[in-house]
Design a protein around this ligand. Structure first.
Ligand SMILES: Nc1ncnc2c1ncn2[C@@H]1O[C@H](COP(=O)(O)OP(=O)(O)OP(=O)(O)O)[C@@H](O)[C@H]1O
Ligand SMILES: [Mg+2]
Length: 323
């Protein structure tokens, strides 16, 4: 696919030291316009620091950064005019109502009154806040404030939208509603940089992933690429007793297996044909063990596997099995 130019976000060699802590070390980022990139990584990895630097809130010690064609350090006002930002800490005015917050924000963004009226009504509706719109925000629940915060960042239909853990604290319906909003924006050309601890969210939304750990980029790629690198497809067999699971594991000597009580997970070796033949070989070996199998599943690697692979932590069941 031809690259759409200019890239919406490019960052090279971004470094930021805090007293006593490495915020970021030599981080590169390249996000094509009209795509969703996700920054992932453990707590303290540097995700929020990166978002704050890209959105002009924090100066890096070094690095070259352009957002929507503007230099973040030299032209911060130009960058601010085309971005939207939802931070990890909620930034709404609690004395005002939801409506008033949106109206004030829209006017600060120099939107016309008709546009402000239409968009604020639309956004309150999208996030299920239409009824609560006239109430003071101090009477809102945590999730309602969060949704209003998101609505504010969407008022100006930004070219580049930074969302730092946007769905933390949201109920499942609101999470999915936000995903739809994000997909709609991206279809209309908005570029989104998202951080999240919900790896299924990154999987559902992101075209590309940048995985940070201790301030450094440790992996980049599409969700599919990272999953394929992190783990194999697994055949998961649940036997009727822990004894059978142990016997099955012994019979599968030569395969990588992890047993957890009655469940045995067997890595299906990766081959060029999609692994079908190998799956059959694993099944044959399992059948030869002649144990009672209660249920089975074939499980593809997910971003949780990527997380555990990249951070060097074992999945809890694997850690137990190794102990
Ligand atoms: N203002 C600051 N002063 C000192 N240290 C800071 C500051 N901001 C961030 N840090 C440190 O920089 C590192 C990265 O923090 P950051 O908030 O970017 O992590 P994060 O990936 O967003 O984590 P989380 O998943 O918990 O939100 C941490 O070690 C943090 O303690
Ligand atoms: Mg953070």
């Amino acid at each position: 696919m031809p690259r759409r130019d200019p890239a919406a976000i490019t960052a090279t060699g971004v470094t930021k030291e805090f007293a006593g802590a490495t915020g970021l070390h030599d981080v590169d980022l390249d996000v094509p316009a009209g795509s969703v990139a996700s920054l992932l990584g453990p707590n303290g990895a540097g995700k929020t620091t990166m978002v704050r630097i890209l959105s002009t809130l924090l100066r890096p010690d070094s690095g070259v950064i352009r957002v929507a064609g503007h230099d973040v350090l030299r032209e911060p006002e130009r960058v601010q005019a085309v971005i939207g930002l939802t931070g990890q800490s909620v930034a709404v005015d609690a004395k005002l109502s939801g409506h008033e917050n949106l109206r004030m924000f829209g006017r600060l963004q120099r939107l016309s009154w008709p546009v402000v009226r239409e968009r604020s009504a639309q956004l309150l509706e999208t996030f299920g806040l239409a009824d609560a719109g006239t109430r003071a925000v101090k009477t809102y629940s945590g999730g309602m404030r969060r949704k209003l915060d998101l609505a504010l960042s969407l008022m100006a239909q930004p070219m580049v939208l930074f969302l730092d853990e946007p769905t933390t604290g949201l109920d499942p319906a609101s999470r999915h509603a936000l995903w739809e909003v994000i997909r709609g924006l991206v279809q209309h050309g908005t570029t989104v940089l998202l951080t999240t601890q919900y790896l299924d969210e990154a999987d559902a939304l992101a075209d590309s992933i940048v995985f940070l750990d201790a301030g450094r980029v440790v992996a980049t790629g599409t969700p599919a690429e990272l999953k394929a690198r992190a783990a194999n497809t697994q055949l998961v067999l649940t036997t009727t007793s822990a004894h059978d699971a142990a016997r099955l594991t012994t019979c599968l000597d030569g395969y990588h297996t992890v047993a957890d009580h009655r469940t045995v997970r067997i890595a299906v070796p990766a081959t060029g044909d999609g692994g079908l033949k190998e799956l059959r070989a694993v099944l044959d070996a399992a059948l030869r063990a002649a144990v009672d199998v209660e249920s089975y599943a074939v499980r593809d690697p997910d971003l949780d596997d990527v997380y555990f692979h990249l951070t060097g932590h074992a999945r809890p069941a694997e850690a137990e099995a190794a102990a």
